[in-house]
Design a protein around this ligand. Sequence first.
Ligand code: NDP
Length: 589
Amino acid sequence: MPSRKFADGEVVMGRWPGGVLYYELQVTGYDDASRVYTLKYEDGTELELKESEIRSQSSFKRRKSQSSSGSPSRRRTSKVQSRSPGRPAKGRRRSSSQGRDHKDDKEKTIQLVLVLFKLSENNTRRYNGEPDSTERNDASLVSVERNLEPDLEIEHEREEKKTKEKIFKTIKTSSKTKELEFGGRIGTFTLIFFLPATVFYLLLMCKQEDPSLMNFPPPLPALESLWETRVFGVFLLWFFLQALFYLLPIGKVVEGLPLSNGRRLQYRINGFYAFVLTAAAIGILLYFQFELHYLYDHFLQFAVSAAAFSMGLSIYLYIQSLKAPEEELAPSGNSGYLVYDFFTGHELNPRIGSFDLKYFCELRPGLIGWVVINLAMLLAEMKIHNQSMPSLSMVLVNSFQLLYVVDALWNEEAILTTMDITHDGFGFMLAFGDLVWVPFVYSLQAFYLVGHPTAISWPVAAAIAVLNCIGYYIFRSANSQKNNFRRNPSDPKLAYLKFIPTATGKGLLVTGWWGFVRHPNYLGDIIMALAWSLPCGFNHILPYFYVIYFICLLVHREARDEHHCKQKYGLAWERYCRRVPYRIFPYIY
Ligand code: NDP
């Protein structure tokens, strides 16, 4: 077997994936079997390259000095500047040599753009007079692009897209999950039992007259009372009704982020329509005197049905994932350990035809189900306490959470860039989270209020409403700012925002909400979570479970995201962290 040419630690010139330019890289590893080197770019970004794509520094320098007299970048610049940006590119006649020249020009121009792009990342220019020399707004690269002729622009865009996809692929290609999260195999094994037990415990506690923590453990119901086939049937009906709404050919179809193989999956955006259709169906049921508080009366049985279904679904997903090609497995759920992969999700985007199971479960049956459960609690409260109107506390909880769900469905497209879709596989964690945890734990405040009426005054209600609005404003504007920036970084409406460029081509915002703390959207979400619990008063800690759990969840999620971003963005991320030192709570954390 031929031995490797470059040693670990050696500084070499590596071809940038998809491009024609070579950059200085350091060898960090070598795989004998595939003969592929792992290399690190100066900002920490890792690449995998074949030996044929690497050259020693000395040979590279020699070649360069032989072939060029003068500065190549100067020559290329003058060529681009001599072209008129407005000159039509099509309909011109060229001889074959002219055509070749033109092709050469195009290649050179593309190279120039790449060179300028790399230079801009290498701290050679100052933007907006910012003290940090690498921060900029969208002007630099865009202005070079705008000077290209239309066909050059198209070619450049194509080249850039190809390059980005290849970089993405190279960075994301990793066969096995090496770092185990959630406490590894033992942690995930425990969570498979602990999560359903927690839901069960919370619901039992909430049903108690005195849900004080002192009354632990709550009396256990008879095992046979937990299951009713009719309830399971209603749950199935609900799930498949939502699936039917998802399949309706209404709403636009959009593409998700590129996968590790460069492919983009298509998703139909019709969650809001599904919500409207569900609201109409519920309205019809109520009109025909259907007793929606049936949900309240059989709440525990519904939770057990949903848990049984999510377990069955997770088993199906795991078995199906064993047939999936390696490139379709989730980067975080491919450890080779059955329990771990079953919990975190082995396959990234399991689909039945074009039906995307993870995307569907994320926002439909559980999230819309949560609103329906809240409404059932409101009706149950009125019925049980013989009220002609629901209590103010119940109205607040229902309205705040309705706003949250409607917002998520209205902005459904934004979910395509979240960690759940791009990173986590679909396994027990998300199946149970989407179908059981969200609808049955997030509705705990409304469930609590049915059994434990809490009176609040109008001024208190107004103060809580203001708190919720502040939280919502931060949450929504932070999410929109990032989503809009990711969708179109050169949007003139975002020109006031500054960002740090990174080697992946994406920028990291350092002004606006993302310059305030590193996760302003989490901050807004937590403020809202507090506003949802406050209408339940201060008699018991149980209705505050959501806000306590949510802080733990988002702190943990932030740490996971931070870890991924550090791998993705290397030095640029560290620079961002120095510039924006607080993660979620300004001056605290
Ligand atoms: P985020 O929307 O917070 O996105 C994190 C990603 O944003 C990073 O991976 C990075 O991805 C990008 N990013 C980070 N910093 C910057 C920056 N400075 N400039 C530009 N881009 C940046 O991820 P989540 O999926 O965790 O959250 C989405 C929403 O869902 C949040 O509002 C959260 O509160 C909510 N949520 C709600 C839950 C619930 O149960 N109610 C549970 C979990 C989340 P890249 O660079 O690749 O684009």
